[in-house]
Design a protein around this ligand. Structure first.
Ligand SMILES: Nc1ncnc2c1ncn2[C@@H]1O[C@H](COP(=O)(O)OP(=O)(O)O)[C@@H](O)[C@H]1O
Ligand SMILES: Cc1ncc(C[n+]2csc(CCOP(=O)(O)OP(=O)(O)O)c2C)c(N)n1
Ligand SMILES: [Mg+2]
Ligand SMILES: [Mg+2]
Ligand SMILES: [Mg+2]
Length: 288
């Protein structure tokens, strides 16, 4: 059983539309509040050699990435710490605080308990005017499909490409870019935490159209052979770039480094170079 299968179960218990986006959306006077929470564990999320400061940074970055994907401005963050050793706390809190500060958020609370495996749960709140909210749903046939930054860098580092360790250990949420894309009029957006392929299937699940990408157009990790780089870009997790669809004429958006990688099509399929793309990537799995 994997994460996506269990999400379907959750969708039979709470309203399934609550599972459609990177954040929950809560009306709040004349603005919308978006909220995301994410859990990280030492064994699955903190690679060997990661510092405590980097673990705190990453916990906040992954949540701010979800906030960014809605076109929202980060506001407040809470961090719950399941702490294995007390001497780790200072570094973790400083990393979390510094990531908040770097992206215009404030760390305003959290929780603390003792736990055998270091576990960080970050909750991020963001704010957006109703006209600029962007959801995963909204893609239209003929839109361009595009991504910010480069893909596959975090997984490249895990594969031993040392020049990409910083991207793995200190992900940079595309906070400024998310808001600029929203204001420019993109039609659908999400962040890519589990790899491009799974993210395209996540978009497919909530849109009435499909996606055709051209692998020659993927922005690949620098210094990695092209064939390996292409696999990393399609199936590697941990990138935290934005994947978005944009009506013709919207991209390029000033100040946003993005690459068009394909287009939205009528047929509800995900194609890469004309063939169905394997729905493979980073998935939490359970045995049995
Ligand atoms: N245990 C849960 N209860 C309710 N909603 C959940 C749960 N786990 C995940 N979700 C929701 O499912 C959607 C997908 O989750 P996830 O894959 O973690 O998104 P993301 O990769 O953006 O963090 C999100 O809207 C998230 O809020
Ligand atoms: C040991 C280890 N493997 C891989 C990564 C890269 N990485 C960071 S988050 C992530 C996947 C996304 O995490 P998840 O808990 O699924 O977050 P969500 O999709 O909910 O944002 C990956 C592959 C890592 N940081 N550490
Ligand atoms: Mg997300
Ligand atoms: Mg999540
Ligand atoms: Mg994930």
């Amino acid at each position: 059983m994997d994460e996506r299968g269990l999400h379907r179960l959750i969708g039979t218990i709470i309203a399934p539309e609550h599972l459609e986006d990177d954040c929950a959306v809560v009306p709040c006077a004349d603005r919308l509040m978006v909220v995301s929470t994410d859990m990280l564990h030492e064994t699955t999320d903190f690679p060997a050699g990661m510092t405590d400061w980097q673990a705190g940074w990453m916990a906040v970055a992954v949540t701010l990435s979800d906030v960014a994907s809605m076109g929202a401005a980060p506001g407040q963050v809470l961090l719950a710490v399941g702490l294995d050793r007390p001497e780790r706390l200072r570094g973790i809190m400083e990393g979390a605080r510094d990531c908040c500060a770097a992206f215009g958020a404030e760390l305003v609370g959290g929780d603390l308990d003792a736990h055998s495996e270091l576990t960080l749960v970050s909750t991020g709140i963001g704010w957006v005017e109703p006209g600029y909210l962007v959801r995963r749903r909204g893609a239209r046939p003929g839109d361009a499909v595009a991504v910010t930054g480069r893909l596959g860098e975090a997984q490249a580092a895990l594969n031993g490409w040392e020049q990409h360790r910083r991207e793995l250990l200190e992900p940079q949420p595309r906070v400024r870019e998310g808001q600029a894309l929203a204001r420019a009029g993109v039609s659908a957006m999400m962040d890519i935490s589990d790899g491009l392929a799974l993210s395209l299937y996540d978009l497919l699940a909530v849109n009435d159209c499909g996606f055709a990408i051209d692998t020659a157009r993927l922005p690949l990790p620098a210094g990695v052979p092209v064939e390996e780089g292409r696999l990393l870009a399609l199936y590697g997790g941990g990138d935290f770039e934005l994947l978005f669809c944009a009506p013709q004429g919207v991209v390029p958006v000033a100040g946003v480094e993005a690459h068009v990688i394909g287009e939205v099509i009528d047929e509800r399929v995900v194609l890469a170079d004309g063939e169905p793309l394997e729905p493979r990537g980073y998935l939490h799995e359970w045995s049995g």
